[in-house]
Design a protein around this ligand. Sequence first.
Ligand SMILES: NC(=O)c1ccc[n+]([C@@H]2O[C@H](COP(=O)([O-])OP(=O)(O)OC[C@H]3O[C@@H](n4cnc5c(N)ncnc54)[C@H](OP(=O)(O)O)[C@@H]3O)[C@@H](O)[C@H]2O)c1
Length: 159
Amino acid sequence: MNNQDPYQLYGRQILITGASSGIGRACAVLFAGRGASLCLLGRDETRLHETLSLTDMPNKHCSVSVDLTDYKCVADTVRELVKERGPISGIVNCAGISTTVPLNATTEEKMDHFIRTNVIGPLSLTCLLYTSDAADDLLCVDPGCRRLIKKKKTIHHAH
Ligand SMILES: NC(=O)c1ccc[n+]([C@@H]2O[C@H](COP(=O)([O-])OP(=O)(O)OC[C@H]3O[C@@H](n4cnc5c(N)ncnc54)[C@H](OP(=O)(O)O)[C@@H]3O)[C@@H](O)[C@H]2O)c1
């Protein structure tokens, strides 16, 4: 890895959620083009494969179908990925849902699903990667912000 540029992607293994569509798919193509090896996450296997096919070297990357709100399954998946493919040193949190519902049609169940998908899922996944021994630093990209988290040290921000 290039020490001059903490955001260097070459040689990093990066996990991208929401990679089967939209922003996550666009990030996958961009990050693959910059030399990262990718683990693509989403629920729809067919669309994940479509994303893989848009990269220059599909065989360099992998995709896993998993529901982000199934925290245990996500944790097991990440452990398996690290075992098979080595440390994950970056996460791009793109999975999410945007729901516009009239207040009188909002239910606790809908709110719960929204919070689990958009907040707890991404946060617990990021914590899992950060607390694992797999990588010395973790590049985190969320819409609008990127940061490099050095183990037990600095949190470097860039907007
Ligand atoms: N597009 C914009 O201009 C914009 C602007 C601001 C914020 N955002 C937010 O950014 C996020 C992504 O936007 P987008 O336009 O890329 O949306 P999108 O095209 O609908 O993509 C959403 C992605 O999230 C994944 N996903 C949703 N629920 C999931 C779950 N439970 N488990 C695993 N994966 C899940 C979907 O994959 P599967 O269907 O395969 O599971 C899909 O890949 C959304 O939350 C959106 O509200 C978007």
